[in-house]
Design a protein around this ligand. Structure first.
Ligand code: HEC
Length: 112
């Protein structure tokens, strides 16, 4: 095999395995985000995956309505974003990576 062909093939294999790795990381983040959403009772106040409360706006398709940076700001400090709501969105003591995981999960939600 010509060396050039070999290198092209090798590069292709690397790209394919890297994208597989990224997909696995995403699936992990989504699962973690879902767990965090359950643990922190987001659906007490929001519709999440078609079910939940109506105190806040539905989180299904929230990532179409708001950009990711805005959602991260809200999750980091909900009282700063929504100081005047009757029912206050609680501030969660997130660990490193938690907010990214919740956002990854929210990105998978679609209104049913
Ligand atoms: C005690 C009720 C309550 C809980 C629990 C709660 N929220 Fe909220 N949330 C609110 C209220 C009230 C607002 C402000 C009204 C609005 O914009 O939906 C809000 C706003 C938001 C918004 C902005 C929505 C928009 O379209 O403007 C996002 C995103 C959000 N919450 C995510 C979450 C997530 C994720 C969780 C779980 C970790 C959560 N909330 C838990 C009450 C709650």
């Amino acid at each position: 095999m010509a060396q050039r062909t070999f290198l092209t093939l090798l590069a292709g294999v690397c790209v394919i395995s890297l994208s597989g790795y990224a997909a696995a990381q995403d699936a992990k983040a989504v699962a973690k985000g879902q767990e965090l959403a359950v643990k922190n009772h987001c659906s007490m106040c929001h519709i999440v995956a078609g079910k939940g409360g109506k105190i806040g706006k539905p989180l299904d398709e929230v990532t179409d309505r708001l950009d990711v940076a805005k959602i991260k700001e809200i999750l980091a400090d909900p009282l700063k974003e929504f100081p005047n709501e009757k029912v206050k969105m609680p501030k969660v003591a997130w660990q490193a990576g938690d907010i990214d995981a919740v956002v990854a999960y929210l990105q998978t939600l679609k209104a049913k």
